[in-house]
Design a protein around this ligand. Sequence first.
Ligand SMILES: O=C(O)c1cc(=O)[nH]c(=O)n1[C@@H]1O[C@H](COP(=O)(O)O)[C@@H](O)[C@H]1O
Length: 224
Amino acid sequence: MTSRIYVALDTTDLAQAKSIATRVRHHVGGIKLGLEFFCAHGQHGVHEMAQLGLPIFLDLKLHDIPNTVAKAVRALAPLEPAILTVHASGGRAMLEDAKAAAPLNTKVVAVTMLTSLDASDLTATGVQGTPHDQVVRLAALARESGVDGIVCSGAEVAAAKAAWPKGFFVVPGVRPADGHHGDQKRVVTPRAAVDAGASILVIGRPITQAEDPDAAARAISGTL
Ligand SMILES: O=C(O)c1cc(=O)[nH]c(=O)n1[C@@H]1O[C@H](COP(=O)(O)O)[C@@H](O)[C@H]1O
């Protein structure tokens, strides 16, 4: 079975991104390129990485008025990413228009509440309720708007999936039991995320910052 792990290559160094992807390729199902990589290397960099033959998850977390997001998605269409992110809080029209503008084979997934935030951060942004409430609310909005799934933490994925059995659930903020959390606040282990219903896991630093990224990816795969 294809690995559920997408390795997050958060670097501005193209050679390093290629080197890590090449080393871990047999233990991951795809590679995730995000803002750091894309701001440095743009579409050219994505093309270069696509040559490795792994599915590409383009994580740009688009969030703007519907017209702007739809046009940005259309501008990205030649890259034909397997997965593309937008922010759920952009609202229903933005989500509908992003999905309509995306290539047929691209899964558009809506980021609900960043895994770097906790309950007090949510309150500070003026949102009522718990992280769980917020994720379930935004998951319903995403489902109604016709996108393919959501991004949430492993703590909410079971509830979100219960309400949307056919949804595609991306879980970042994943750490091995003894892993360093860094800036992530809503964290679960890879195994717990899969058991709770994650379709794929996004894992960056536990693999990319390891002394031996290949061994780290293999060890995490072994727990799934
Ligand atoms: O959309 C994402 O991928 C994402 C959403 C989220 O809520 N939290 C989150 O950490 N991410 C991304 O997942 C990756 C996590 O990286 P590590 O914390 O190094 O494993 C980063 O590339 C983040 O941009």
